[in-house]
Design a protein around this ligand. Structure first.
Ligand SMILES: [Zn+2]
Ligand SMILES: [Zn+2]
Ligand SMILES: [Zn+2]
Length: 103
């Protein structure tokens, strides 16, 4: 099975110039406890990752898009959980997969 990140959907990356719509996904997020700081998918495959992201809908931890696995995006595509954050607690960076931008 090919798990490399070629299948990433970048259909309309040219969209949304200027005023981007507000991301309403962040209003609906529950309070979640992040899981263990590891990508279980990568561990199962014996891979390493560049960075870990946590799903703010369910707390699932997976590797970022710039990791070989891209399992965080895979989690979004499976579950439609739209927003992830870095595991570093002092970082306020959050990414919405639906709006394709930081929120
Ligand atoms: Zn959004
Ligand atoms: Zn991974
Ligand atoms: Zn999730």
């Amino acid at each position: 099975m090919a798990l490399d990140a070629q299948g990433t959907k970048v259909t309309d990356r040219a969209g949304l110039n200027g005023q981007a719509p507000r991301c309403d996904h962040i209003d609906q997020l529950p309070t979640v406890e992040p899981g263990l700081p590891e990508c279980k998918e990568c561990l199962g495959l014996g891979r390493t990752w560049a960075q870990l992201l946590v799903c703010l809908t369910c707390g699932w931890v997976a590797c970022s898009d710039d990791s070989r696995g891209g399992h965080s995006r895979a989690h979004y595509e499976e579950t439609d959980h739209p927003v992830v954050a870095t595991l570093a607690s002092k970082s306020t960076w959050r990414w919405c997969y639906v709006h394709r931008r930081t929120v």
